[in-house]
Design a protein around this ligand. Structure first.
Ligand SMILES: [Zn+2]
Length: 216
């Protein structure tokens, strides 16, 4: 079969095909909500309630992003007193003390990446909700990027562990995790769940009125 570039690509949903999300079988002429004949999973063309679930998880993640950056992630008790560090003050500490590499890693992994994931999911959700035709290909790639980053999400937690380990080496100090760590971990988990619950096929749905009108 050759693709006609003037026509929008055929979607499985238009061809009457329904995939099973569990075992991967694709059923011809199956109905929405029917059970998969192989494994019994209920068949859906799109993840049920994907937009609402993803919005809820994304908003929760965005709310937790504030305490994750404002509350101390690390409390250091030493002979010189007690010091509370947030993620940003930790970054500044490493930068000022000349550890530019570590400062850069923490800045990217713990500050930029979560912010990027929140913003990217927001863009995907707003456009999927409007059934927008805007930059569908780029949005699809953007979702792929979020998925790839998702696999490295634990890097954030690793960085905080690294941070506390380094301070422990530098001096005789007692280090405890602050509340910020819990908020930070919840941001990581919530954004992962949000990207999992987002149905990337929604990106290709477009406006129903625009169907068949691409080549007037
Ligand atoms: Zn199945």
């Amino acid at each position: 079969m050759t693709a006609d570039p003037s026509q929008p690509p055929l979607r499985a949903i238009d061809a009457g095909l329904l995939p099973c999300r569990y075992c991967g079988t694709v059923w011809r002429q199956a109905q929405e909500g029917q059970a998969c004949e192989r494994c019994g999973t209920v068949l859906h063309a799109r993840k049920p309630d994907s937009l609402n679930r993803t919005w809820a998880l994304l908003i929760a993640a965005a709310v937790m992003y504030l305490p994750a950056n404002l509350l101390p992630v690390m409390i250091t008790r030493s002979l010189f007193g007690t010091q509370s560090d947030t993620i940003l003050s930790g970054i500044i500490f490493f930068w000022v003390s000349g550890s530019y590499g570590i400062a850069a890693i923490i800045f990217v992994a713990s500050f930029l990446v979560p912010l990027f994931k929140l913003a990217a999911l927001f863009v995907l959700l707003v456009n999927a909700g409007r059934r927008s035709d805007w930059r569908q290909e780029e949005r699809s790639k953007l979702y792929h990027v979020i998925e790839v980053i998702g696999r490295w999400s634990m890097l954030d937690v690793f960085v905080v562990a690294l941070l506390s380990g380094l301070v422990r080496i530098q001096g005789f100090a007692e280090i405890t995790a602050g509340l910020g760590i819990a908020a930070f971990a919840s941001v990581v988990v919530l954004t992962m769940l949000a990207s999992l619950s987002f149905d990337s096929k929604l990106t290709w749905d477009g406006r129903p009125s625009a169907k068949g009108k691409t080549n007037p």
